[in-house]
Ligand binder design. Structure first.
Ligand code: MSP
Length: 497
């Protein structure tokens, strides 16, 4: 079984903030989850490097667009490395391979009669890189980002988007998983119902872009260039084996601000190319501060690097996935972060591991004690695993984590109630600890897609870190072997004042 997952490609006009981090961490969690289920995963991410927005950012810094995109794509790569993002391919839209594929696709669309020459007259928002219709013509503002927009008239090539209205409507109704989450469907359906207008896919005066394969030498509209990364990134038109193996995408993650591009324009282009459509395009919400979207222009940036420096990588991954149901907006506050950190990671998880292993060290000479599985606990672990899998396949990260915390709660209570430290009989005390250790082992498995290094540290402490199969969910069936030595005990998370 294969699993092809993508993130949007990020604009390189500025440094990444936690909004960008969010989509990538989420995609990484899913990629890791499916790998653990033994799927053949292809995880694509990258950077969106053309267009006016990038050219302007370079101008402002007095450097060439090429140096800006070279520098910033490295910043993204470094951050993803730090954040343990296990992508299989990082695509840059300035790469020759991508450029070639985009030009070939443009020709295909031209030859199949999907493009025609015309004239665009209207407004454009550079920030959104989007043709827009402002609500008020006297003070024309972008209806999405509310920034001032400019009008222009220029010759262009249009994509016959209007031709795809009925086809898209039919596709949406026959494929209920295509637009996710469900509560966002109406927005798209209503938009399409009003009728689609053809899309200008070239820009006459934008120099920083892929040159159109036409006599006029325009540049290709940056959103078309960008969307096609999902094809070029997986080998379309140059690496047929890879492409055939992985196409179509199983899950494409995006933020809610770029739904129309992904749920309308993107599938229409694929229909025009006669290619199968992605199974699910899931739009997540925004991270806000005081109800305002975190963004460079608002100046309310929360830097992932700062949080990492302060708390570490895994607490950040955990917080992003745990705090807000995926799909909804969330408020970022440092207090909420610290609270999650101290209560979930330090108390519930870290303390359980620490006190259990401490008892094993002291009383059982650092050996896994003999014990038979407690039926109730084993049933609970099994049920939690099933529920967890279901939540993960529905892309409900916070709910999947809640399943893990139910087990943690049970284990903490089990340990408190059985109180092995006050049981005199070694066998009896050993049996309790054996079961808690088993619970911890399984919890580390379920946590692994979210906080992989922590999971490894737990397995090392349990003495099973070297098992080559430890990172697959099939390892759930295994059992800790009594008599085996546990590893060195380390503190997973230090309490924060
Ligand atoms: N380059 C386009 C995407 C092209 S994909 C073919 C783009 N880039 S972006 O850098 O502006 O945004 C990338 C992703 O980050 C989007 O999914 C966007 O929703 C997400 N986020 C940016 N700010 C965000 C928050 N404050 N909160 C959550 N995610 C947000 O759009």
């Amino acid at each position: 079984m294969k699993f092809y997952i993508t993130t949007p490609i990020y604009y390189v006009n500025a440094r990444p903030h936690i909004g960008h981090t969010y989509t990538s961490v989420a995609a990484d969690v899913l990629a890791r989850f499916y790998r653990m289920l033994d799927y053949d995963v292809f995880f694509l991410t990258g950077t969106d490097e053309h267009g006016q927005k990038i050219a302007t950012a370079a101008e402002e810094r007095n450097i060439s667009p090429q140096s800006l995109v070279d520098e910033m794509s490295e910043v993204y790569k470094k951050l993803w490395e730090k954040l343990e993002i296990t992508y299989d391919r990082f695509i840059r839209t300035t790469e020759p391979k991508h450029v070639e594929v985009v030009r070939k696709i443009f020709l295909k669309l031209l030859e199949s009669g999907n493009l025609y020459k015309g004239e665009y007259s209207g407004y454009y928002c550079i920030h959104c890189e989007s043709y827009v219709i402002p609500e008020n013509e006297t003070i024309p503002l972008c209806p999405d980002c509310k920034r001032p927009v400019k009008k222009f008239t220029e010759p262009t090539y249009f994509f016959k988007l209007s031709n795809y209205k009925e086809k898209l409507e039919k596709y949406y109704s026959e494929n209920p998983d295509f637009i996710k989450p469900d509560f966002r469907k109406n927005e798209i359906l209503n938009f399409v119902k009003k009728g689609l207008i053809d899309l200008s896919v070239t820009r006459k005066n934008v120099k920083w872009g892929i040159e159109s394969p036409t006599p006029e030498k325009y540049s290709i509209y940056v959103w078309v260039d960008a969307l096609l990364n999902y094809l070029s990134g997986v080998g379309y038109l140059y690496e047929p084996e890879t492409f055939e193996k992985y196409w179509p995408p199983d899950v494409q993650l995006i933020g809610k601000d770029i739904m129309r591009f992904h749920h309308i324009i993107w599938p229409a282009i694929l229909m025009a190319l006669n290619l199968p459509l992605p199974k699910t395009i899931f739009a997540h919400g925004w991270w806000n501060i005081n109800r305002e979207k975190i963004s460079k222009s608002k100046g309310n940036i929360v830097s992932p690097e700062d949080i990492i420096e302060d708390y570490g990588v895994e607490p950040l991954r955990f917080f992003l996935m745990r705090e807000v149901p995926f799909g909804l907006d969330g408020e970022y506050t440092e207090e909420a972060f610290k609270k999650r950190y101290n209560s979930d990671l330090v108390n519930d998880l870290g303390n359980l591991v620490n006190r259990t292993l401490n008892l094993v060290e002291k009383r059982f000479n650092s050996e896994i004690p003999y014990g038979s599985p407690d039926e109730k606990l084993m049933d609970m672990l099994k049920a939690a695993f099933e529920n967890y899998k279901e939540k993960m396949s529905k892309i409900a990260f916070s709910e999947a984590i809640e399943e893990i915390w139910n087990v943690l709660g049970y284990l903490n209570k089990f340990l408190d109630e059985k109180a092995p430290w006050s049981i005199e009989d070694d066998k009896e005390a050993g049996r309790v600890l054996y079961n808690v250790l088993e619970g911890i082992r399984v919890i580390a498995l379920l946590l692994s897609p979210f906080i992989p290094t922590t999971a490894k540290r737990i397995w090392d402490m349990l003495g099973i870190g070297k098992d080559p199969y430890i990172e697959k969910f099939s390892a759930i069936e295994k059992r800790l072997v009594p008599g085996n030595k546990i590893g060195e005990r380390v503190i997973l998370f230090k309490r924060r004042k």
